[in-house]
Ligand binder design. Sequence first.
Ligand SMILES: [Zn+2]
Length: 276
Amino acid sequence: MTVPNALTIDVEEWFHVCGLSGAPAPPPAEERVGAAVERILGLLTDGGVKATFFVLGCVAEQHPALVPAIAAAGHEIASHGWSHRLVTDLSPAEFRDEIRRTGDLLERQAGRRPTGFRAPQWSLCRKRTPWAFPILRQEGYRYDASLSPLPFVGDRQGPRGPHAIDTPAGRLVEIPPLVTPTPFGNLPTGGGWGFRFFPERIITATIRRLNRRGMPAVLFLHPREVDPEGPRLPLPPLRSFVAYGPRCSAEGRLRTLVRQFEFTTLAHVVDVWDTA
Ligand SMILES: [Zn+2]
């Protein structure tokens, strides 16, 4: 049996980067997200692949043609919150407002309410924001893709595959991003700097191993990673590498991977896992 993997894109601007909560104030005037998303849509069409786009509410509001174009190409529209503020920086009421506002807008633009959520910078956390899980369920979300089994940004001991999270408001399906286990801990090979930096064979071997165990691999990408000419915020070297690095390598890798593996939307992966 072929195990479908999921390709996910966090639709945000080049300045919504790791280490910042929200956008810089005032947000830079230059906008790049529209052209970069178009490039990603072309890549997906070439590969005959459907993907999940976690769209930031403020970006959808500023570019009202973006979500309808992604949805018209048959991809899933999901929520990345409204402002890119970290969940750990929000009160429960602010979090509810962010995801409801984003859900309302995406529903108007895509004709369908999103059922999936990914927090900015993996900032949803069992220990620090346990209140967020029932709120997601109450607001109509069916799955979450925010818990990364990594040190520093997530829970290094967390499960690597899909699992259920029981909340007082009902069950939520959790789908973590791909990581590669090593004796020194999990490597972030599913996206971002790890996807661009580690040898491709490590990523393909990890996907094969997971798929042999019947588990999906979840990859993630940001529009700025396929925009080699794009501007960069002046960040300290390590943060700059994590956020930007050599961006063009992400697109080439993605093109190779969609030829080798089956990819689909996260909603479909959740359907398959839920009925297994
Ligand atoms: Zn983000």
